[in-house]
Design a protein around this ligand. Structure first.
Ligand SMILES: Cc1cc2nc3c(=O)[nH]c(=O)nc-3n(C[C@H](O)[C@H](O)[C@H](O)COP(=O)(O)OP(=O)(O)OC[C@H]3O[C@@H](n4cnc5c(N)ncnc54)[C@H](O)[C@@H]3O)c2cc1C
Length: 448
């Protein structure tokens, strides 16, 4: 039987976003209960359900791919059946434009690695020459490796790989913005290549699209909290960690609203801006805090438009080219017929538009594409200004590992050095890795 790791003082996790929750589940599954402290009134962080204007929606529409293996394993552990939680579609990209053929690409159910070349070779909306160039780049992905210090922008990489303008505009550009939430002229080619490789070079099912079929809170945070409850760990909401207690290079605990909580290990699973603030007060952590200052932030804007219930998209998710709207999701999937979630990723002039103007412009773009649709009945705009860190050129040089210079203090979150952009998968991988590092210490008897 495996020895149960123990700590003299509890392990504290600050932040119950997807990173903090996955760290807590990993520890609880190994018999280590934790104090999970969350400043908000509900868990989930940047991926949670919200209720506003009589609508229960997500703070932002999320999309995953089959390559999110850590996330899928976590769901299995907390007994959420991914077959019921997601609509799984073989890779399908359909992007439409008012005055052109757009792009339609669909991977056949053929074994890897044939599915991507066949999808590119049969894509509608590209000329034969454009398809061949796209194929050449697609084939190169499994061997292309960009070192942290040699990073260039996605756009520079695509130009150096002789990708035609139409292929960039209709295919690689929208994929880059969707995956990295950063514009191709600024985005890191190293991270982009990593995402494409994880998605397309593994088994075919890794490139499947996974669209949540329920609200984000019901998908993971709520089942995680139930799992933790059954394993002796309780989520404490409304508990803001306001300071770290460090002595002789070792963590002693945290303060919550001015009250000290002793801890043998602390996992800081707060957003990078908050982790930086908490660490910057300690000499041993100031270098790391300064490093995090370079990560920056990118927004994601989600506009929900409620149409008559019979209004449907031709497929569950559709891209719009040449406008403000990026991707449109049909929320009928979540049992909300007629509700469309329009996602506008990364920065842009939309940030400066008033709610009224932005809503009118997006509604006009949808009306141009779907002239038969009735006018929308109501709308809800959610602007997340700090949705993700900025996956810009060279950012991997700034991303920290889980271990910090203070013994017993660990970092977890989508921004740590997972190699992935700011995604749910990155958050979960990071949380699990931080918990495993704590478990290793506890097994060695380092629970002071
Ligand atoms: C609108 C939007 C759309 C997105 N779309 C996608 C997508 O399609 N696919 C995808 O994979 N990813 C997407 N992402 C990114 C994804 O949601 C994040 O990468 C992920 O949720 C980050 O999780 P985290 O646990 O690292 O951080 P967070 O979710 O930020 O969790 C940190 C937690 O710490 C808490 N906290 C803060 N300060 C304190 C404190 N002092 N004490 C205690 N607790 C504190 C916060 O309340 C929060 O709950 C999107 C994000 C947004 C906002």
């Amino acid at each position: 039987m495996r020895e149960r790791p123990t700590a003299q003082h509890p392990v504290v996790i600050a932040g119950a976003g997807w990173a903090g929750l996955s760290a807590a589940v990993e520890l609880a599954a190994h018999g280590v209960p934790v104090s999970l402290l969350e400043s908000a009134r509900q868990p989930g962080g940047r991926a949670r359900s919200v209720f506003a204007h009589d609508l229960r929606v997500d703070n932002g529409q999320h999309l995953l791919v089959g390559a999110c293996q850590s996330l899928l394993s976590l769901l299995e552990r907390i007994q959420v059946d991914p077959r019921k939680a997601f609509l799984r579609l073989p890779l399908t990209l359909r992007l439409v434009e008012p005055d052109g053929p757009g792009l339609h690409l669909r991977a056949p159910r053929w074994p890897s690695p044939l599915h991507l070349p066949v999808a590119l070779a049969t894509a509608h909306g590209l000329t034969p020459g454009e398809r061949i160039r796209a194929l050449r780049f697609g084939r190169k992905l499994s061997t292309l490796d960009i070192h942290r210090t040699d990073d260039i922008s996605v756009l520079a990489l695509l130009h150096s790989e002789a990708q035609p303008a139409a292929v960039i505009r209709k295919l690689w550009g929208p994929l880059c913005i969707a995956a990295l939430n950063t514009l191709p002229e600024a985005a890191s080619a190293r991270i982009f290549v990593r995402v494409l490789r994880e998605t397309f070079s593994g088994p075919r099912k890794h490139s499947d699209l996974l669209i949540p079929g329920r609200g984000l809170s019901e998908l993971l945070p709520v089942p995680c909290v139930d799992y933790l409850h059954h394993h002796g760990t309780h989520l404490e909401t409304g508990q803001r960690v306001t300071g770290l207690s460090v002595q002789d290079g070792r963590i002693q605990g945290v303060s919550v609203h001015g009250r000290d909580r002793a801890a043998s290990h602390v996992i800081l699973a707060t957003p990078h801006v908050i982790s930086r603030r908490l660490m910057s007060r300690h000499a041993a952590l100031q270098g790391l805090a300064a490093q995090l200052a370079g990560l920056g932030n990118e927004p994601v804007t989600t506009l929900y438009l409620q149409f008559a219930p019979k209004t449907r998209l031709p497929i569950p998710v559709l891209g719009l080219l040449n406008g403000l709207s990026g991707w449109v999701f049909d929320r009928a999937l979540c049992g909300q017929p007629g509700l469309m979630a329009v996602v506008i990723s990364a920065r842009g002039h939309h940030e400066r538009l008033t709610e009224e103007t932005l809503t009118a412009q997006v509604a006009a773009e949808l009306a141009a594409q779907f002239p038969g649709w009735p006018p929308h009945r109501r709308s809800l705009l959610i602007r997340e200004k700090r949705a993700t860190f900025c996956s810009r050129v060279g950012v991997d040089l700034l991303r920290p590992v889980n271990r910090t210079p203070v013994d017993g203090l660990w970092l977890a979150g989508d921004y740590t050095a997972t190699g992935l952009p700011a995604t749910l998968e990155s958050a979960v991988r990071s949380g699990v890795a931080a918990a495993q590092a704590v478990l290793d210490c506890l097994r060695r008897g380092d629970g002071h």
